[in-house]
Design a protein around this ligand. Structure first.
Ligand SMILES: NC(=O)c1ccc[n+]([C@@H]2O[C@H](COP(=O)([O-])OP(=O)(O)OC[C@H]3O[C@@H](n4cnc5c(N)ncnc54)[C@H](O)[C@@H]3O)[C@@H](O)[C@H]2O)c1
Length: 350
């Protein structure tokens, strides 16, 4: 039985916690710099409590750690966890900069179990899309959108956001691009491979220090093109669920089209994600309507299975690094006002 340590007891940790609970993996040690946050989780599971992650990593009974602290702390914690020989499931984004993510990828490449928690790969609809794409020929184009509702366009931002450096800039490395857009960049990378070059545009409103809109064209190795946009937008009823959550990918290939619609990230048990497949030859349209599931729970269960079976984590540290490198290139391209070739500061080892 895999014994779990949890580092970071904030917002996102609840999905990891319930994932372990459902999988029957005991949470035996929890850590947060806020002792009351760690204690609240520890009380539920009879776990040990630390306010310093190094104490948790020194615990010989911990086999695997979930890193659910802020992205700005991921590099330091992940490197220490790998150094201590602990298996790691790290929340996305892998870190808050491409340099830091390259460091984590290099350390993880030595072979200790490591997964970057891009949970949207675990929607059954996303997995079906990946399976269908193996038999759909070459990708011609992808239209990818991650729009999330926000009042930032119409209402002055709260002090916590408008006093630079904002919490978003400090702890997530930016605004909607790392926070929301990263998920869709991960799906693009999973479906189509990494881009070879890109052209990015980023909108940072006056008085703020983070992006609320980012767009990019990304060129794929075999000539396909990706139109990517992410936005904290004001349209409260937009999207598949009519709740402002408007996230979709249209993938056009030489043999057909896929349309994937995801559901609101923190209420995934209300609706199932939807996949529509149009066969290019016959014109037949097939809708894959799956029951609503929580992809965080599927992600935890699958990575526990992989760890116990001696298989690598999924998505990998490499996958996490790739997304952060694409984000860094979108920001660089926007700043320079030109197309930038992808320059990989880490190379994938076989
Ligand atoms: N998968 C998703 O859709 C999704 C959604 C939201 C957030 N996230 C990711 O989850 C991570 C956490 O975000 P959050 O929204 O839960 O933030 P949060 O602020 O709610 O929680 C972070 C917790 O980590 C603690 N912490 C910070 N530094 C620490 C350290 N050095 N050691 C121990 N604890 C520390 C904080 O005290 C806090 O309790 C981020 O990387 C974020 O990008 C992912």
């Amino acid at each position: 039985m895999t014994r779990i340590g949890l580092i970071g007891c904030g917002n996102i940790s609840r999905f990891h916690i319930t994932g372990y609970e459902l999988a029957g993996a005991p949470i035996i040690h929890v850590c947060d710099v806020r002792p009351e946050a760690a204690q609240a989780v520890a009380d539920r599971y009879g776990a040990r409590v630390s306010t310093d992650y190094r104490a948790l990593l020194d615990d010989p009974e911990v086999d695997l750690v979930s890193v659910t602290a802020l992205s700005s702390a991921h590099r330091e914690i992940c490197l220490a966890a790998l150094d201590a020989g602990k298996a790691v499931i790290c929340e996305k984004t892998l870190t808050d900069t491409a340099d830091a993510s390259a460091d984590v990828y290099r350390a993880a490449a030595a072979g200790t179990f490591f997964a970057t928690a891009y949970m949207k790969r675990f929607f059954p609809a996303a997995q079906k899309a990946k399976e269908l794409l193996t038999d759909m020929g070459q990708i011609i184009s992808i239209y990818a959108r991650s729009w999330q509702p926000s009042d930032l366009w119409n209402t002055p931002p709260s002090q916590i956001l408008s006093n630079p450096p904002s919490r978003l800039r400090l702890h997530y490395g930016g605004g909607v691009l790392p926070c929301g857009g990263s998920h869709i960049l991960d799906l693009i990378h999973w479906f189509a491979g990494p881009p070879v070059s890109l052209c990015g545009q980023v909108y940072v409103p006056e008085g703020l220090d983070f992006d609320i809109q980012a767009n990019a064209l990304l060129w794929l190795e075999d000539g396909g093109i990706v139109h990517f946009e992410t936005c904290w937008h004001p349209l409260a009823y937009a999207g598949y669920e009519r709740n402002g959550w408007d996230e979709r990918l249209e993938v056009n290939t030489t043999q057909g089209r896929l349309d994937l619609y995801t559901v609101k990230w923190d209420e995934p048990e209300r609706n199932g994600a939807l996949l529509v497949h149009q066969d290019g030859k016959s014109g037949q349209v097939t809708e894959y309507r799956y029951r609503a599931v929580n992809p965080f729970h599927l992600e935890i269960a699958e990575n526990l299975r992989r760890f116990e079976a001696g298989e690598p984590g999924f998505p990998s540290a490499w996958d996490g690094y790739v997304v952060d490198e694409i984000i860094a290139h979108i920001y660089a391209s926007a700043e320079q006002g030109r197309v930038v070739p992808m320059r990989w500061r880490a190379k994938e080892s076989a």
